[in-house]
Design a protein around this ligand. Structure first.
Ligand code: NAD
Length: 487
């Protein structure tokens, strides 16, 4: 099943190609079939995209916010009309089950376009009265902004970055992950159809080297990365060369704390969503599930039963819960972590291996896996696995749980399940994380700021907060009398 795009890149409102770039093959991870062949951007393509963005940006910035917003709203409408087709393509490219992509990918991209489209006319500065003289501030765009995406939510990441950037009057350039290059091009088509002037949203394909070229390109004012911590460090170092603004959405090893008084089925549902959705490939996953001793055994019994009822299968079948991982390489990496868990003495509760599926013999399948008796020093409790592997750790009291939850260099997300709301707020306040939930997990509405602390990130996406990361504040001092100078 080929999903061949017209060409690899989208620049200045049209598809562009340079076959001198390294070959990229997009593989359907459920079958191992190549579904599209593309090329990485050459330096010439990158320069062309930056030049197109630079040329288009001033006129866009000079438009009224509501006019920019209207185009974003129209783009959202195009995505919603095409949700079925886009979800199918995202499923082929990522392997994620269609029941997920129908609600969480192009639909989430449309949410972002609607939210920031609506906000575009409300981006304002402030007036500061000085008793005669006064200062006003202007929220000005940064110029050309670049986004570098991960492979787990390709079109969502492209829209979460470009919608606020464009709403604020910037031009945008996006590099998808080399594993999932296709739907960003479809987003570019949707923008063009909605009337976005040429050059304001460009897509360049490529491996890490293209990302690195964007991070250091003198024509780019800001770079926003969704990726792993080691890549974040490299992009940050590149951006430091000319002091670019950055947003970093990086990895995590987030804790979920389940207290004895929690609603058992909700806590298990939250932990499963926080470990198995997207076949475990979510940065904010709560992969360290701390369960208080009084509930621990019942939690594990029900978790095992519910996990074993998860249906793996053809990702395009609407009844399938879980598709394969994004690639064989990622699956093998996760299997290595599962082996480490076994070797280091964790108790395998369920899963722990690959699955054979008829008709999908070459798919990157892996069983949803639960380990119990996990201790804080084990590899599976310390490192981000980025696959469907849950570690359950027992704890006795609140103080201990908070200390252990925080004993990690990551700080993306955290969740608390308890019926005691005073405790819920007290514990959430003490957890070192940027995005947190009480009696829920992994809900990420576009209205709420999303991002991490510690090594998990810098800056925030979504919510009003994103506006601050795609604008700078100019203060304008206005004198109303003669200059009072001693000279
Ligand atoms: P990755 O870091 O390998 O790659 C991310 C992107 O960076 C890709 O587009 C890649 O081509 C590019 N890249 C690689 N090397 C680069 C370099 N030296 N300079 C510039 N760009 C470079 O991550 P991945 O494997 O695609 O995604 C998984 C990781 O992303 C996990 O750690 C996950 O937690 C994280 N993630 C974070 C969020 C978030 O919002 N916080 C969301 C999704 C994924």
């Amino acid at each position: 099943m080929m999903a061949q795009p017209t060409a690899s890149h989208f620049i200045a409102g049209a598809y562009a190609e340079d076959t001198a770039g390294d070959a990229i093959e997009s593989v359907n991870p459920a079958t191992g079939e190549v579904i599209a062949r593309l090329h990485a951007a050459t330096p010439a393509i990158i320069d062309q995209a930056v030049a197109a963005a630079k040329a288009a940006q001033p006129a866009w910035a000079a438009m009224k916010g509501v006019e920019r917003g209207r185009i974003l709203l129209r783009t959202a409408q195009v995505l919603r009309e095409r949700n079925a087709e886009l979800s199918r393509l995202e499923t082929l490219d990522t392997g994620k089950a269609i029941q997920e992509t129908l609600v969480a990918d192009a639909a989430s991209a449309a949410d972002a376009l609607e939210y920031f489209g609506g906000l575009a006319g409300a981006i304002t500065g402030e007036h500061i009265d000085l008793g005669g003289d006064f200062v006003y501030t202007r929220r000005e765009p940064l110029g050309v902004c670049a986004g570098i995406g991960a492979w787990n939510y390709p079109i969502q990441i492209a829209a979460w970055k470009s919608a606020p950037a464009l709403a604020c009057g910037n031009a945008f350039l996006f590099k998808p992950s080399e594993l999932t290059p296709l739907t960003a091009l479809k987003l570019a088509e949707a923008f063009a159809e909605a009337g976005l002037p040429a050059g304001l949203f460009n897509v360049v394909q490529g491996y890490g080297a293209v990302g690195a070229a964007l991070a250091t390109h003198p024509g780019i004012a800001k770079v926003s990365l969704t990726g792993s911590v080691p890549t974040g460090a490299k992009v940050l170092a590149g951006a430091a060369q000319d002091i670019k603004a950055v947003t970093m959405e990086l990895g995590g090893k987030s804790p979920i704390l389940v207290f004895d008084d929690a609603d058992l089925e909700s806590a298990i549902g939250g932990a499963m969503l926080g470990n198995f959705y997207s076949t475990g490939q979510i940065c904010s996953n709560g992969t360290r599930v701390f369960v208080q001793r009084g509930l621990h055994d019942r939690f594990l019994d029900r978790l095992k039963a519910r996990t074993e009822a998860i249906r793996l299968g053809d990702p395009l079948d609407p009844d399938t819960h879980l598709g394969p991982m994004v690639s064989m390489a990622q699956r093998d990496k996760v299997l290595g972590y599962i082996e480490a868990g076994k070797r280091e003495g964790a108790r395998l509760v369920t899963g722990g291996g690959v699955t054979e599926l008829q008709g999908f013999e070459n798919g990157a399948w892996i069983q949803p896996t639960v380990f119990a008796d996990v201790t804080d020093d084990m590899t599976i409790a310390r490192e981000e696995i980025f696959g469907p592997v849950m570690s359950v750790l027992a704890f006795d009291d609140e103080e201990e749980a908070v200390a252990r939850a925080n004993a990690t260099p990551f700080g993306l997300a955290a969740g608390v399940f308890t019926a005691d709301l005073a405790r819920a707020h007290r514990v959430i306040a003490r957890l070192e994380a940027g995005t947190t939930w009480i009696n829920a997990y992994n809900l990420t509405p576009v209205e709420a700021p999303f991002g991490g602390v510690k090594q998990s990130g810098i800056g925030r996406e979504n919510g009003h907060a994103a506006i601050e990361h795609y604008t700078h504040l100019k203060s304008v001092y206005v004198a109303t009398g003669p200059v009072d100078s001693p000279y």
